[in-house]
Design a protein around this ligand. Structure first.
Ligand code: UDX
Length: 431
């Protein structure tokens, strides 16, 4: 059975992962982006973003992938077109939908039978607004389906190929059916619903995961005052299937391109409808405070930080990505600089992304060089190199062996045996 070609608008992270995974499933996919340099790179066989496994997948499916600047090439070949454009936050917290509206501006008049499938994260109610706008432009023959993505950076290919669920919200059943048919090979639960509920599932899911993290971070802070160990506490909690073990890792707070943006947009959305979302306000506040808590731990062991050298181990918002968006390292570095400390940063892949964002911070891609003469080190991102922390070598080059484990990845006993002053998050320290 020949498969209908698919269209993808937006060759960013979501668009390329979506296109590559559908091509891998045997679909011909036409990908369009507005950035000439991005399309040229893709046409030349380069993949302009860092995501494990993506470059191989694109290479493997190259004969089924086409990259273009021309929207016409998408709409002339594909009837199902995924919208994967950026919806970055505006200063108000609202999502910027200008790229979504540009898609409508570029819709050729002869697009009856085309279905737009929204994968970008858009506020609840956007689908309704798009439908109204399509009708106003005489394009009511164009279908609209909400199909949010739940891809995490670093595991996006797996998240697409083995989804926990596929969410499909549609106005017309047949449009939902057509999109659902694309996912049958993935053997995942398919949630069929209305467009607004599908849009809300995305926001509510991210907001709940962020709430879980802020909750366990607060528990960790109470553990520090009461002598309990949050790692054991979250393990004990997580065995209850009503709670579940995931997203209960205490640390220096959450970052990235999704959680901060989505919870701000959801809070704003609620506010726009006259509802004060108190819980999310607290989730955001706890998260911002959590990024700063390390400063107190350092002062406890080093005294005033003016003139002290502090090395941040890991800068990206999480491991397996070079993404610095809303990374905890950004806030922590500026806090330490404002305390008069000399700040150094090490990261295995994010140094170039970090350079323009971390002015005043000396950056290293060699961990031991970054630790040379340091008064203390702080684990900010739990890269594998950090999990296998070289206690002896590091101890030899650091000025004082003070280590703050901001991701609770090390074994306190090993730190003790190596004569480190060791502090973690919500765990009994070693001094
Ligand atoms: C997230 C969602 O996981 C994904 O489903 C959605 O589609 C996009 O947003 P991502 O932002 O890539 O994905 O990262 P994720 O792995 O979820 O981590 C987000 C942040 O939470 C990171 O800063 C991470 O360090 C932090 N985190 C995660 C914790 O602090 N504790 C945890 O237990 C889990």
């Amino acid at each position: 059975m020949t498969r209908e070609p698919l269209g993808v608008l937006g060759a960013g992270w979501v668009g390329l992962v979506t296109a590559a995974c559908f091509a891998d499933l045997g679909y011909d996919v036409v990908v369009r982006d507005v950035l000439p340099e991005r399309i040229e790179a893709l046409q030349a066989g380069e993949v302009p973003i860092y995501e494990p496994g993506l470059a191989d997948l694109i290479e493997r499916s190259r004969d089924r992938l086409a990259f273009t600047l021309e929207p016409e090439e998408v709409f002339s070949r594909a009837r199902i077109v995924f919208v994967c454009v950026g919806t970055p936050p505006m200063y108000s917290g609202d999502a910027d939908l200008s790229a979504v509206w540009s898609v409508l501006d570029e819709l050729p008049m002869r697009t009856d039978g085309v279905t737009l499938v929204m994968k970008s994260t858009v506020p609840v109610g956007t689908g309704e607004k798009v439908r109204t706008e399509l009708a106003a432009r005489g394009l009511s023959g164009v279908g609209y389906v909400s199909n949010p993505e739940f891809l995490a950076e670093g595991t996006a290919i797996r998240n697409f190929q083995q989804p926990d669920r596929v969410v499909i919200g549609s106005f017309a059943e047949e449009h939902g059916d057509a999109v659902a048919a694309l996912y049958v090979h993935l053997n995942a639960p398919i949630v069929r619903t209305d467009v607004a509920s599908a849009e809300m599932i995305k926001y509510a899911s991210n907001a709940f995961l962020a709430t879980k993290i802020s909750f366990i971070n607060e528990i960790a802070n109470v553990c520090e005052e009461t002598g309990a160990d949050v790692s054991v506490v979250s393990e004990g909690m997580g065995l209850d299937p009503r709670i579940g073990p995931s997203f209960l890792r205490a640390g220096l707070g959450f970052g990235g391109s999704c959680f901060p943006k989505d919870i701000a947009a959801l809070k704003q959305l609620a506010g726009n409808s006259g509802y004060h979302f108190q819980l999310l306000t607290a989730v955001i506040e706890v998260n911002e405070l959590q990024k700063r808590r390390v400063v107190g731990k350092l002062v406890k062991h080093l005294g005033p930080l003016r003139g002290k050298t502090i090395t941040l181990l890991g800068l990206a918002f999480k491991p397996h990505t070079s993404d610095m968006r809303q990374a905890s390292s950004l806030v922590l570095a500026s806090r330490l600089l404002s305390e008069g400390a000399h700040v150094r940063g090490w990261d295995p892949v994010a140094i170039e992304e970090a350079r323009p964002l971390l002015k005043g911070v000396d950056l290293f891609d060699d961990m031991l060089e970054a630790l040379e003469g340091a008064d203390a080190a702080v684990i900010v991102t739990e890269w594998d190199e950090v999990r296998n922390f070289p206690f002896d070598e590091a101890g030899r080059v650091m000025k004082t062996a003070v280590l703050v484990d901001g991701r609770n990845v090390l074994d306190p006993d090993e730190a003790r045996r190596a004569w480190y002053v060791y502090e973690a998050i919500g765990r009994p320290g070693v001094s």
